[in-house]
Write a protein that binds this ligand. Structure first.
Ligand code: HGY
Ligand code: MN
Ligand code: MN
Length: 413
């Protein structure tokens, strides 16, 4: 293999900034919610670039897009990379999209140098990784890995009652290809860290050894609507007061399991949401994370006990629904080693790291040898319009991706 092979960092940055124009927000971020017209625009732009790079395109029934650069042996399972193009409502310009466009940059670089790989190379765009408009997250990779049947995910609805399957049809990305059931030789995903560790330690690359587990809940607290004026305090069944105590308990559970536990309430609805009516019903979500499954289970028990006790004391009822769970996921040692060796060969300061965020790689790891490559983001901030990354770090991560993929694609060039 050519020793001094390197990607074109300027071309990668230009593509990222071009994609960032799709769903650009006033504060410099991106809003391309899954299966919206803006998601379609982003997908179409990527597909046009892939065609220009000589790739073939396939779209499966849940909207996962795969671009394919042929190898010498079409029967070999492909070496795959990719990530997601959908964003949070106030998302950044790099979360997900970096992994997709780093994959495209690998293809473009192989084309520039006329390198023919033994195995085909593919870049995947997974549907609805974020789980914001349609929940849970990582839907396209989850169906691909056999976590959910495709029909179950097609039937998921957003807050306006729109069905994912219908929305994918509407934007032209409900494909013909069966979802999953085909082997990958390996899957590597490049992503920003979305936390503060790499930047704080002055590391350019994170060699990701796995991802922490997650538990998501949907909690409904029910009290009694009543008039805010004539109803004496001791007689109230105030669902929002009860929910606020439970939300405080969520935070205390996160703080009680340092240093890795994470506990977040990100979504809340109170009804009737009228300033002079005592709230009768409150719905909110909980997002727990931890790299150790036993601790995640302990946090689960603590949450259910706290909600039960708080509801009882306030004469409320509470339903705590287990919404989503995946265990801590170790990545494939050989793939992690390929990333580690590539990083060392290229001389980038690095460290091993466990992913705090969920990624499509977590589900792909169920069906293929998988690893991830992290690069630092400014102040560790992500899921925020100010999300920012140094161009040279994006280039470094993409060079590691190129090198790790080529090692597995059995090039003979
Ligand atoms: O929630 C996550 O970790 C990812 O951003 N979907
Ligand atoms: Mn992401
Ligand atoms: Mn994200």
């Amino acid at each position: 293999m050519k020793r001094n092979l390197a990607i074109d960092g300027d071309r990668l940055w230009t593509s990222l900034m071009e994609m960032a124009k799709v769903g650009a927000t006033a504060r410099g971020g991106n809003a391309r919610l899954a299966a919206t017209d803006l998601d379609r625009q982003g997908r179409d732009l990527f597909v046009s670039w892939a065609k220009a790079a000589g790739c073939t395109i396939s779209v499966d029934r849940i909207g996962n897009v795969f671009i394919r650069r042929p190898g010498r042996d079409p029967n070999r399972p492909p070496v795959v990379t990719g990530s997601h193009l959908d964003t949070q409502p106030t998302g950044g310009r790099f979360d997900g999209v970096y992994g997709v466009l780093a994959g495209l940059e690998v293809v473009r670089t192989l084309n520039d140098h006329g390198i023919e790989t033994e195995a085909p190379i593919e870049v995947a765009v997974w549907t609805n990784e974020e789980g914001s408009r349609f929940s849970p997250a990582m839907m396209g990779s989850g169906v691909f890995a056999g976590i959910w049947p495709v029909e179950e995910i097609e039937n998921k609805k957003d807050v306006d009652g729109k069905r994912l399957g219908d929305e994918l049809k509407r934007i032209g990305y409900a494909g013909e290809t069966k979802v999953g059931g085909r082997p990958f030789a390996a899957y590597f995903e490049a992503h920003i860290e979305q936390g503060p560790i790499l930047e704080a330690e002055g590391k350019t690359v994170g060699v990701v050894t796995g991802a922490q587990g997650q538990r998501w809940y949907e909690i409904t607290v029910t009290g009694q609507e009543a008039h805010a004026g004539p109803t004496p305090m001791p007689r109230r069944k105030d669902a929002l007061v009860g929910a606020s105590r439970m939300i405080d308990a969520v935070n205390r559970i996160g703080l009680a399991h340092p240093p890795y536990a994470c506990a977040t309430v990100g979504f809340i609805q109170s009804s009737p949401n009228s300033r002079n009516t005592i709230p009768g019903k409150v719905f909110f979500t909980v997002d727990f994370r931890h790299p150790d499954d036993a601790t995640l289970s302990e946090m689960d028990r603590e949450l259910k006990r706290a909600c039960r006790d708080i509801a009882h004391a306030a004469r409320l009822t509470v339903e705590v629904k287990d919404f989503w769970y995946f265990p801590p996921t170790p990545f494939d040692p050989a793939c992690v080693d390929a990333v580690r060796k590539a990083t060392e060969r290229l001389g980038y300061p690095s460290r091993e790291i466990v992913s705090g965020a969920g990624h499509d790689a977590v589900y792909v790891a169920r069906v293929a040898p998988t690893a991830m490559i992290f690069v630092p983001c400014e102040n560790g901030i992500s899921h925020n319009e100010v999300e920012n990354v140094k161009a040279e770090d994006l280039t470094a991560g993409c060079n590691v991706l190129l090198s790790a993929m080529l090692e597995r694609a059995l090039t003979t060039a």
